[in-house]
Design a protein around this ligand. Structure first.
Ligand SMILES: [Zn+2]
Length: 433
């Protein structure tokens, strides 16, 4: 992805640097050739360099570009589990994923980590974004997910003889687990996404207390993935599934819903991050009836929501790391609503606005393995910034409203927001690659 040339000078705003430190009032951020060279109080700031583009942030807020830590590029208005796999052909799904990526960037998300997708769409989506052919967040990719036969993601009955095509590898035993990871290695993914446990969405045979992979299968995934320098994460709701994942050496826990004391201790011991992805649960409870979800499913989501929120707060208060991402792409939880996850953590879970922003920026970048490059507004980092008209500490829901954004900036280049009209706009290149 190209970075800017020249200077970008932002002023007349409070600065939230993403580290969790208090906001700096009346701040200046200076970026040169796409990287931050100064971030701090106006007192002590360098003068405006000759020829700099100047952004007056209107007394608003400058913060790091947000990081969606659980992004499904290929989900698009999913109404039932079946829609996740074979609703559309891969050609159309690829196009939809580029729409989702552009939307995410417009919503202030300058980076995103895949939580799994159809085929290897996210791998090729990343290539198009990195080549500046498409607008979108910097991506960490997952490709296809892994689940054991009969588990949450293996929903087609045997008589249909159609198995699962694009979304998951259905495995039986450690040797098939290894084969699936080896296929992913060749495809160029970064995170292996697995399904150690079920979910409230499937109350009959794979509810959120059910295990969907054995420890031996999970261990085989981790050994193979780590050998090839890939990371492993998993959909972990049931307590035993969380512990299996941590014992097997998982690098991240998605959801971490039913976290008991022992599981929390194991999580903290290796400082494994957790991505609760709770807004999906909230939306399922609130809008489930409208979309025809059964009462059993809605009750299950309520239980997931209550326990997931309590677990997330315990992890944060115990010094653990939380990434924010809300499993968007369902009919009742559509792409574009990403920052509702942040507001939810402030209003319903009990995070302070600074804590929630820290989780949605620095921790997200760390989970992507790119904490040295972006995620905070500090000298040396890429100028991936979000400039909001208003005080987001006072009113966290301002982050949900992209019409309030003055600028969404990647590598010092303004790519979205009101300022795209008034400052030289990002020029798409036609480099084929
Ligand atoms: Zn997900």
């Amino acid at each position: 992805m190209k970075t800017a040339t020249g200077h970008l000078y932002l002023h007349h705003a409070q600065l939230i640097d993403g580290t969790g430190s208090p906001a700096i009032p009346d701040a200046v951020v200076l970026a040169t050739d796409g990287r931050i060279t100064y971030a701090g109080s106006r007192t002590g700031a360098p003068p405006v360099p000759e020829g700099a583009k100047v952004i007056d942030a209107k007394g608003g807020t400058i913060l790091p570009g947000l990081v969606e830590a659980h992004f499904h590029a290929t989900y698009f208005n999913v109404l039932e589990l079946q829609d996740l796999d074979i609703k559309y052909p891969v050609e159309y799904v690829s196009l939809l994923s580029s729409v989702n990526a552009k939307l995410a960037l417009e919503c202030g998300y300058t980076a995103a980590r895949s939580g799994g997708c159809l085929f290897n769409v996210d791998v090729w989506l990343r290539r198009a974004i990195e080549g500046d052919l498409l607008a979108g967040p910097r991506l960490a990719t997952s490709g296809r997910e892994i689940c054991s036969a009969g588990g949450l993601m293996d929903w087609n009955p045997e008589f249909r003889k159609i198995g699962m095509d694009g979304l998951v590898f259905i495995i039986n035993g450690p040797s098939e687990a290894r084969a699936a990871v080896r296929a992913l290695v060749k495809d160029g993914i970064e995170w292996v996404k697995t399904y150690p446990t079920g979910d409230a969405a499937a109350p009959d045979t794979n509810d959120h207390h059910t295990l969907c992979m054995t420890f031996d299968e999970m261990n085989a995934v981790v050994q193979t993935a780590h050998n090839h320098k890939l990371k492993v994460t998993g959909h972990c709701r049931a307590t035993a599934g969380i512990k299996n994942a941590l014992r097997a050496g998982y690098d991240c826990i998605e959801h971490g819903t039913f976290m008991d004391d022992e599981a929390l201790e194991m999580l903290l011991e290796r400082d494994v991050p957790c991505v609760p992805a709770l807004y999906f649960e909230k939306a399922s409870v609130e809008r489930g009836p409208e979309f025809g979800l059964s009462q059993a499913v809605i009750d299950g989501h309520q239980e997931t929501l209550d326990h997931g929120a309590a677990s997330a707060l315990r992890i944060l208060r115990a010094g653990g790391r939380i990434g924010l991402g809300g499993d968007y792409g369902f009919g009742w939880n559509p792409h574009g609503d990403y920052a509702r996850e942040i507001s939810f953590f402030v209003k319903d879970v009990g995070f302070t606005p600074l804590e929630a922003i820290h989780c949605a920026t620095q921790t997200g970048a760390e989970i992507m393995g790119r904490g040295q490059e972006f995620g905070t507004v500090e000298p040396g980092k890429l100028a991936d910034l979000l400039v909001v008209d208003g005080d987001v500490l006072e009113k966290i829901e301002l982050l949900e409203n992209r019409s309030q954004f003055l600028a969404v900036i990647q590598g010092g280049i303004i790519k979205a927001g009101q300022m795209t009209q008034t400052v030289d706009t990002w020029q798409n290149t036609t480099t084929m690659g």
